[in-house]
Design a protein around this ligand. Structure first.
Ligand SMILES: Cc1cc2nc3c(=O)[nH]c(=O)nc-3n(C[C@H](O)[C@H](O)[C@H](O)COP(=O)(O)OP(=O)(O)OC[C@H]3O[C@@H](n4cnc5c(N)ncnc54)[C@H](O)[C@@H]3O)c2cc1C
Length: 368
């Protein structure tokens, strides 16, 4: 099935977004999937059936395809709509719960994710563990009926507003010869006793990520995600959801659209704008191809790494050109978008795996 088969859905989402924007429900934002936290907007999307689209109906979802979800998310991102509140939950928490969660965990969380009322964060990175995630030092110690977690997570996007996060922790002693073993994923409520969320402000003053300290946080056995000791396998299987979507190339699209809405700005050349549009079109097809693989449940990690590597560079290049092209444009809204693009750009190629690491994955995957 080609993307054009979903033209009616695309038109429906586009019309909704335009109506919301015209009504003043939101102003387009840069990086709106990470920075645009608007719980009311998430609930509206939930009411329309545009969240939890791939969650089966028995868990409150809509039993639709990854291809349909792709169309909806692409439209929302192009408009710079505020989708951060539900983004992580809808993108990767729900698929992980479906794959590894217990029936009780699915029943507790999936319907609320589909309604747009359950917000999640990701607790992977630590002060000394980013690319080398197997080196996490957050410790899970066995206690009667559960586990006690201690450690510090960092760069945890949205933790100051989310309800819960997935925590990757070491649940068995480190065996240097098998570093990927002995890791376990836990579901941790962010209001649990012993959890402390400390803000980390970006250099432009914005606050979207945090340090999360876990100080003897007790979780029960029912809060283990999947199998004890299988955390590495589980986390890496999430990456194809985390790295492949249109948010990896559309973070700055609202700026490009705003800048060119009334014709070509003086400093921009048609070729310059065309280059960005051509790259985005190619990335659209690549990312759509990953969505078809997610739907068919076939491996997609390599293509996902390509989408993220090429996509984040492209959206960053748009941010740089916007900053240059905006100079003669007397529009404070476009000014804001251009400034936000530039200040957020450094994060694009870091979050979700750095581009250097992704290039390594692609090279290995292609047999280089
Ligand atoms: C905006 C933003 C949001 C984030 N949100 C979250 C979140 O919600 N949850 C979460 O857990 N984390 C989050 N992160 C953290 C992110 O996943 C890490 O920053 C990232 O994995 C890199 O880890 P690091 O910062 O420790 O850098 P390091 O891993 O220390 O890397 C430093 C440098 O060394 C290079 N390098 C490292 N290893 C290799 C290698 N094998 N080959 C080649 N080069 C290498 C890297 O490319 C990089 O240039 C976020 C980061 C940003 C910027």
């Amino acid at each position: 099935m080609t993307p054009s088969a979903f033209a009616p859905l695309r038109a429906e989402v586009r019309a909704f977004v335009e109506e919301q924007r015209a009504a003043g429900a939101f102003v387009p934002g840069i990086d709106s999937w990470l920075a645009g936290w608007d719980e009311e907007f998430s609930r509206k999307l939930g009411e329309r059936g545009w969240l939890g689209m791939t969650i089966p109906t028995e868990y409150g979802g809509h039993g639709r395809t990854y291809l349909e979800r792709f169309v909806v998310t692409e439209e929302l991102l192009c408009a710079g709509a505020p989708v951060a509140a539900h983004w992580i939950a809808d993108r990767q928490i729900a698929p992980s719960l479906l794959r590894f969660g217990t029936p009780a965990q699915r029943e507790e969380f999936l319907p609320a994710i589909a309604r747009g009322t359950s917000y999640w964060a990701i607790g992977m990175s630590e002060p000394d563990s980013g690319s080398d995630l197997a080196s996490v030092r957050t410790r899970a110690t066995r206690i009667d009926g559960g586990w006690r977690l201690s450690g510090t997570k960092v760069w945890t996007s949205g933790a100051h507003r989310a309800h819960a996060f997935f925590v990757l922790a070491r649940s068995a002693s480190l065996d240097p010869a098998h570093r990927h073993e002995g890791l376990t994923q836990f579901l941790v409520r962010l209001d649990a006793p012993g959890v402390q969320v400390n803000p980390i402000h970006s250099f432009d003053g914005s606050h979207h990520f945090n340090e999360v300290v876990l100080d003897d946080v007790e979780v029960s056995d029912t809060d283990v995600l999947g199998e004890v000791g299988q955390g590495w396998r589980q986390v890496t299987s999430e990456l194809k959801f985390e790295r492949s979507g249109p948010e990896r190339f559309l973070s700055t699209f609202a700026g490009l659209a705003g800048l060119t809405a009334n014709g070509l700005p003086v400093r921009a050349s048609a070729a310059g704008v065309g280059r960005h549009v051509a790259r985005l079109a190619a990335l659209h097809h690549l990312s759509y191809d990953v969505a078809t693989r997610l739907q068919a449940n076939v491996p997609a990690e390599l293509l996902a790494a390509m989408v993220k590597g090429i996509g984040t560079r492209s959206e960053g290049d748009i941010a740089e050109d916007l900053a240059e092209w905006v100079v003669d444009v007397l529009d404070p809204e476009v000014d804001r978008l251009a400034a936000d693009g530039l200040s957020r750009r450094p994060g694009f190629t870091l979050r979700g795996g750095t581009n250097e690491v992704l290039r390594g994955i692609v090279a290995k995957g292609l047999g280089a």
